[in-house]
Design a protein around this ligand. Sequence first.
Ligand code: CO
Length: 476
Amino acid sequence: MSNMPELGFGQATPELVLDRLPVQGSLPDWLHGTLLRNGPGTFRVGQQQYRHWFDGLAMLHKFSFGPGRVSYANKFLATKSYQEAQATGRIAYSEFATDPCRSLFGRVMAVFSPQITDSAKVSLARLAGQFLALAETPIQVAFDPETLETVGVFNYEPGLVGQMTTVHPHFDEAHDTAYNLVTRYHRISHYRIYSVRPGRDNQRLAQIPTKQPAYMHSFGMSQNHFILTEFPLVVNPLNLLLWLRPYIENFRWQPQRGTPFWVINRHTGQLVGRFDSDPFFAFHHVNAFEEGNELVVDLVAYPDASIVNAYYLNRLHDPQAELPFGQLRRYRLPLGGGRARYELLSEACMELPRFDYERYNTNSQYRYVYAVSVNPQQRQGFYNQLVKVDARTGRVQTWHETDCYPGEPVFVGSPGRVAEDDGVILSVVLDAGQGTSFLLVLDAQSFAERARATLPHPVLFGYHGDYFPAEPLLPR
Ligand code: CO
């Protein structure tokens, strides 16, 4: 039996700086840039365990590509959560599904004091001219992309009281302005859309009031609209303010609410309408675009929110456990009014979906979605293959290797390409047989392996990252 759960959901890997990783195969000669990834650097502090895949202390990973070579470095984000864990050997801050052992008084104070984790480990982005490690908490952590040193914090609005955000900001066509959703918890709560631009104050563009806010890990954006998909996994904000249990365990699945789409005009901030649909859950929106009088929203959907529970570490350590399958759905919202309806674009299991954002967001011409997936012949365990789904034809291409567990596939387009999928896929793969990880480079068209660069250690299962072509990454 594979020791995949211990390798992928276990303890800290050492911090390293390696000038050159051993490479098998050949890297494209145009690949000059850096893949930055974020994720948990450990699921254990001293004798204590975190409880959920979305817990843990943030670690950044950096793969830089030069002519025929790859360098690597990894580093824990130097946050208060990390420093206190180092100093005391105990978990000191509240995570997604883990609360440290505290007095009731401590619990009541949780949202009013920075006892929520600052270990921003879910994703990263270049936002307002700086590199930020992103979390759903309001504390986003700036870092130096060259050294991976922590340099400071960033907030959407002043104060940390009762706000949560997403780790999936959208960028406008010029890649100049970023947009994100912030949920502010209060007696009447609000979903708020903010814009962030270098050298400007963050601007609130729109808000929608709600009594029972939903857990939303991402939102949609088309050429003219923001789309808030209000999954019926909702919270009584009072329970969050009391914080009697870890963050996500305050939310309840209420399928009778259905899943309404709230559509906001991107240019005016005005509410365009609410489009009801049957209940479903998703972490990730994929693409969204307008087609005639319809708004098309692609996302990786689940019939309910049981996927959240499937990611508890005790479940992931169970070799018999099977993950619920996320699937690529295309919802059509009639802008003239009416219910949203969907078609299934593929039967394949999908999660951590990526597509060619630079070129195809807000454009109906896009076709390809890349994702981690579960092989239907080997359903027990964790994500064990990569898929490429053609949203137009439903064709699925697969990369699979025995006892290998790939992470989020990041698409990097080749320069001057014409075909949408002319480029490579980069994915950090845990090789449970070898007990180490490697960076896999796939040809995005054929989905065949081009190269792999082997690391000396296993990398815990992470979430999101991105590729940055420009070097140096920061102006000097
Ligand atoms: Co995500």
